[in-house]
Write a protein that binds this ligand. Structure first.
Ligand code: PXP
Length: 262
């Protein structure tokens, strides 16, 4: 089993094997739409694990709109792959993370009114606060990741405060692709490419995620410094049509082909 956020050198490509973290938040979204006990995010996580996911990602939002506290407890108890716990930088979430001690904690910005995580974390402006916030998580053994836009000031701040990982926000790149704004998409892609390289040069592990689909994953997967992708919404949607295992297998195939330079 590979470590979802470790600096492992396994894999055969020159860039090393790219890990896939499957985000199961939207299984909980469907469950919560009816206030029922199903579909169960843990069952989806176990299926994802069996389909080759290297880790499971879940975001416990302040408003509990999808993942609930009990889901985190169940994932922590039953998963055999690492759990990447996404959370806002609040005292409540810090306490929950310290109680469950997930393998990785990914700090994301959170606004109540947003539909999804819209921007990256403002690390540069909040360097001091975030440095104090992540210290106990790091001391407790969690690998701390910061979800940031492709911006040098954010990457440099993340390195200064001792994060282990930066996850680069691919949402804008994906939106521009689907809107057909290819020149702007390419400019955003160039920023992602350069920030992955900068992160790596500063000793940070580079991850990427948000909005990725079969159409957009290739160029990101081909970036040699990117070690992990976290993908959720598209995979859960595809699962309606082809099943979760097939959707994950196809995403994995796209990632591997891009990594191999195909
Ligand atoms: N990475 C982070 C930090 C996220 O907040 C999300 C969305 O919860 C994702 C990856 C996955 O994005 P998507 O569900 O659009 O694939």
């Amino acid at each position: 089993m590979s470590s979802i956020t470790g600096n492992d050198a396994e894999g055969t490509g020159i860039a090393g094997r790219l890990r896939l973290g499957v985000n199961i938040d939207h299984v909980a979204t469907v469950r919560n739409a009816r206030g029922s006990a199903y579909p169960d995010p843990l069952r989806a996580a176990q299926l994802a694990e069996a389909a080759g996911a290297d880790g499971i990602t879940a975001h416990l939002r302040e408003d509990r709109r999808h993942i609930a506290d009990a889901d985190i407890a169940a994932l922590r108890e039953h998963l055999t792959v690492p759990l990447n716990f996404e959370m806002a930088a609040t005292p409540e979430m810090q306490a929950i993370a310290l109680r469950h001690l997930p393998h990785a904690v990914c700090i994301v910005p959170e606004k109540r009114e947003e539909r999804t995580t819209e921007g990256g974390l403002e690390v540069a402006r909040e360097e001091n606060r975030l440095a104090h916030f992540i210290a106990p998580l790091r001391d407790a053994g969690c690998r701390v990741s910061l979800f940031i836009a492709a911006d040098a000031a954010q990457v440099e701040s993340a390195a200064r405060i001792g994060a282990a990982v930066v996850e680069l926000h691919t949402g804008a790149y994906c939106d521009l692709h689907h809107e057909g704004k290819f020149a702007e998409r390419d400019a955003e892609f160039a920023r992602l490419r350069d920030m992955a390289a900068l992160a790596d040069s500063l000793g940070l592990e580079a991850h990427a995620g948000h909005g990725l689909t079969y159409d957009t994953v290739g160029p990101i997967a081909a970036l040699p410094q990117v070690r992990e992708l976290n993908i959720g919404h598209f995979l859960i949607g595809e699962a309606i049509f082809v099943g979760l295992e097939a959707a994950i297998a196809k995403m994995r195939a796209h990632m591997d082909a891009a990594r191999a330079g195909a």
